[in-house]
Unconditional design. Sequence first.
Length: 275
Amino acid sequence: MSTNQYIDAFTRYLRTGDPSAMKHFCENPSHIKRLAVYRNGFYKGCVDALIANFPMCEKKVGSENFRKMARLYVDRFPPEQGTLVGYGLSFPDFIARLIKDSEFENKHIFEVTVNQQSASDLYMNLVDIAHLDYAWLMSLMSADSIEALTIEHITQLMEQGIELTELNVKLSPSVQLLSVNGSAFFEWISLKTNNYGVDQAKSPTDDFVMLWRLQGAVQARSLCSAEVKLMQALQGTGRSLGDAFDAAVTVDENFEVSEAFTACLQNELLEIQIN
């Protein structure tokens, strides 16, 4: 049999636990039982990667509950690449489906400890916290800006007589933007800082959150409506500084453009587009 057939059979075993296809490659039946060490190692690696990639999610539901959920995810969505870096792209959506799945309609996914009021407490904000965890990871792992726009850079451009409002800029690769429900961002921050003595009642409004990397550390904060418009204008291919700030002012005519621009420079949120 070919090497490809062996790889396919071994992959099937790792993903399903069915060793039947591996019988053709094992001379001694006892060797089949020994394959379990590889499958256990595969699961442990995948689950450990999810724990590393979704730390606040695990912290919220507890280690045992998270591992139970993670194993279900690995069963349905095993890694498709030769690395576990960034594994779990669809994990937040998987959590959402898991919570809503009809098979759990009359029973809870999680075991509730004496320190938790109810399973509903664990469900609340869990999907958004998973989204925030993954956005944090993507920001941390992102590429560096090709040409970051800094205060020193602006000074040089002004000395050259270049009109700043006509500069074509876009957001740094590390910037992640996402909308989360109610108090999810507040709870995520509370989990990161171990500050649990706060009211986390669900808010009727959504938070728009920005994460970015500055000097190797990921930063995060919520944005006002004008800032949201500004950042959205600079997403993707970006646009001129003047057009982007005009878009923000249309949302809030009192928006302080100069303060926002200074903050963008200090936090290295922008890079000049290279044509």
